[in-house]
Write a protein that binds this ligand. Structure first.
Ligand code: FES
Ligand SMILES: [Fe+2]
Length: 440
């Protein structure tokens, strides 16, 4: 047995003693290759993994190639409008079948020896076919489960997984706040950016809902924005809501949403510069005032265990983390937007997206530097604990007043995005799944 598995028995990887004021995580969870292998089998192969958004596979024949853990899969839009998801490996000798990450093909022909598959996965052509061949033996392998919520498509390799709606649980309310922003739904804006991080995938997960780092790691961004705007060069919708970036003094909160899902929000001090502001009268007709308040006035980051983050801050983003090794992850970002917004709002949304979220922007590069530094430091086995204690004494079990008013039921709430109690839920879920127990 490998050292990582052995060490778990002797000393827990997650030291969960909240009653004694301790919640800490062994830094080996970031660095141990044996733990990473177990994560692939016990987590990524067992739970719902985000695949793509409906709008990325809108038409018959549209395909989207992604991964569940390290297994290549592709989602394919069927003639009848439904979706199927297949293992992206030719039944012959495993060549990936989709020529691009995303495209349209009503049949797929393997580039290696030319076998052909229909959109529904049926093998319909074998080059120089031998007499008596039973082609149906070579139909593509569908993944065990495929489902979507509000246009967000998830897949699971384990047929026994709980229903997607139950898995998302309290996080559904947070997805709803995005999905209701247009009567026509959301669309992923064409284009994406993928960057490699020399760090563990869980550091990216933590970072996406880490309010505590914002005023330090993104100070340069905040100062640059403030200087830019003070010169009068960026006005109107081109302004960025930077209040939350400079200090922790704006109202904020964080939620352990259960099943490892986490969320934070912080008040926007200049909500009128957000692209969605133009829709406020229309939204007010359809939504409850509390929903409108959350959409317009609160910048929100949602992390869905294990691989996707949905952000609605100055811009709107899907961020997918793809684990490659204990010390390596790919991250891909897409801008997602309400269909039918004005050109002005869309342009503002894209410029803000470029400013903050793209690697060529002014914030994500600082995040990457912080994550890579953290990963490097996690190699310090002689000081092996990462500390997640902030806010432990102020945690509210279950819903706080804000959550109750909106109508979701978190496992725990904290009235400050500086706190770290959400990571307790994350690492408890992580530990449960690593132990082979997918559901509570
Ligand atoms: S690997 Fe696809 S046809 Fe041979
Ligand atoms: Fe950040």
């Amino acid at each position: 047995m490998d050292s990582g598995v052995m060490s778990q028995g002797a000393s827990p990887l997650v030291d969960d003693r909240v009653a004694e004021g301790v919640f800490r995580v062994d830094r080996a969870v970031y660095t141990d290759p044996a733990i990473f292998e177990r994560e692939m089998d016990s987590i990524f192969a067992r739970c719902w993994v985000f695949l793509c958004h409906d709008s990325q596979v809108a038409a018959h024949g549209d395909y989207f190639w992604t991964e569940i853990g390290r297994q290549p899969v592709f989602v394919h839009r069927q003639k009848n409008g439904s979706l199927k998801c297949f293992i992206n490996a030719c039944s012959h000798r495993a060549a990936v079948l989709t020529p691009f990450r995303q495209g349209n093909a009503k049949t797929l022909t393997c580039r290696f020896h030319g076998w052909t598959y229909r959109c529904d996965g049926a093998c319909i052509g074998i080059k120089n076919e031998e007499e008596g061949t039973d082609r149906s033996r070579y139909d593509l392998r569908e993944i065990a489960r495929l489902d979507s919520y509000r246009g967000f498509v998830f897949g699971c390799l384990d047929a026994d997984v709980m229903p997607l709606r139950d898995w998302l649980g309290a996080a559904r309310s947070w997805i709803d706040l995005l999905a209701v922003q247009s009567p026509d739904g959301l669309e992923v804006v064409p284009g994406s950016s993928t960057y490699a991080v020399d760090g563990n995938w869980k550091l990216q997960a933590e970072n996406s809902v880490d309010g505590y780092h914002v005023s330090t790691v993104h100070r340069v961004f905040a100062n640059t924005i403030a200087a830019r705007e003070s010169k009068g060069e960026y006005t109107g919708i081109r302004r960025t809501e930077s209040g939350r970036l400079a200090s922790a003094l704006v109202p904020s909160a964080q939620y352990d949403l259960g099943n490892g899902h986490m969320a934070i929000w912080a008040q926007h001090m200049t909500p009128e510069v957000r692209p969605i502001w133009e829709a406020k009268e229309r939204l007010a007709q359809d939504l409850r005032p509390v929903e409108l308040d959350w959409i317009l006035n609160r910048g929100r980051n949602l992390y869905l265990f294990p691989n996707v983050m949905l952000m609605d801050n100055p811009s709107t983003q899907i961020r997918i983390v793809k684990p490659l090794a204990a010390d390596r992850a790919d991250v891909t970002v897409y801008c997602i937007a309400p269909k039918g917004e004005s050109d002005r709002a869309r342009a503002g949304r894209l410029r803000k997206f470029e400013d903050f979220y793209l690697t060529s922007g002014m914030a994500t590069s600082d995040d990457i530097a912080a994550l890579e530094s953290t990963h490097e430091g996690a190699g310090a086995v002689d000081a092996k604990w990462n500390d997640f204690n902030r806010g432990m004494d102020e945690v509210t079990e279950g819903a706080d007043e804000d959550a109750r008013r909106l109508g979701f039921e978190p496992a725990a709430s904290a009235a400050n995005w500086d706190h770290e109690i959400i990571y307790h839920g994350f690492y408890r879920q992580w530990q449960r799944m690593l132990n082979g127990d997918a559901q509570e």
